[in-house]
Design a protein around this ligand. Sequence first.
Ligand code: UN1
Length: 475
Amino acid sequence: MARFDNLIGGEWVEGAGTTANVNPSDIEDIVGDYASSDASAVDAAVEAARAAFPAWAGASPQVRHDVLEAAGAKIMARKDELGRLLSREEGKTLAEGTGEVIRAAQIFKFFAGEALRPGGEALPSVRPGIEVLIEREAVGVVGLITPWNFPIAIPAWKAAPALAFGNCVVMKPAELTPGCAWEIANILKESGCPDGVFNLVLGPGSRIGARMVEHPGIDAISFTGSVPTGRRIGVQCVETGKKVQLEMGGKNPMVVLDDADLGVAVAASLNGAFFSTGQRCTASSRLIVTAGIHDAFVEKLTADAAALKVGDALDPETQIGPVVNQDQLDQNLAYVALAKEEGCEVSGGDIANGPGYFQRPAVFAGADNTMRVSREEIFGPAASVIKVADYDEALAIANDTEFGLSSGICTTSLKHASHFRRHAEAGMVMVNLPTAGVDYHVPFGGRKGSSYGPREQGTYAREFYTQVKTTYVAP
Ligand code: UN1
């Protein structure tokens, strides 16, 4: 069995032990044995990153551009192979896996350009003869903690801006899906990224993530993952004086109005709720439907959901891959049982037999917004359908949640679409589109309990990965 180590100071370094990376479509299939490190690996990685920081932050932007551009090109050239690896370790379909690899390549290329555009301003002081310069500098050593559900896109959208603006990186990918992050580390090394600038430490959050958050040599933490872990990290970062950016949960509403195109509304809901097996913080997990279209919508949605082919992620015919592991599957099945207890009419949601963690998409019809299944993030292929009288009630229910990541509406009314865009309490609004599936060149992030700190991606990523310096110059 192939063994995959940490990358520390440009060297491949063995961890204290290893963990098997298991294919959720076929649990007999082991992708590889990946390092399971202890906290000392974090200490070594931080030391290497600190040593590399002055030269990297001070390098010409052209140097950083070239590394990122080369990495993007290498990822793109290997999109089919890496897409297969992604689908094998995470379980999303081959089309989704390959699409995510392409997105990672585009992100590296985008931030290659951003390395040349750090921004800055020069303006006159209010005091005569004095000039003011406002410049952006690297933050220092950043710790990146990434989740299992986007094993290559999220490492890319944290690492690429971090490196573009001159930071050094210690990355800890999710223990369930370390394969793609290991490939990124290897590709960065092959692309001329200097030793110590990008470090990869593999292992559990309880040891590796915890040490990163407390380590005085790390200046900033960017985290994507669960709400309880994110909140804890946020508090610890404040205590240890670190800059922090958190992307956590969602319970994203998709409003469907009477005047919606039924085909568009069902397709957007089906994609948003069930694609990537519903394992997205942007998933459409509350479908809020007005009375006139409700019955036709439920009928078509349940029929189309039941027709989706659930199976091995590597089978090109598969539309819904497996759930990521047994714990997640058990949790999903408990929510299906809870939906019945709470009085929903449940279709699907049962286990589909196979060598992996297969579950059919679940529609919870007849739900209301007070039920636990409509309030808690399930992170599986399940959606509540909530019937409402009119647009005003739909908007109120859409916003009645502790989260605020993405919010969607399907309507042919410009008036309602415009009103919803202005009044949705969310970081992202989608009109006649699924709540999930975002572009790589524009800001990503939410409000309320979903996110904390500056936005990720696009030009807005600069806010987190740089710090501002204001200089006054007298002649
Ligand atoms: C998307 O919907 O395209 O973890 C991206 C997540 C998000 C990314 C969603 N941070 O699901």
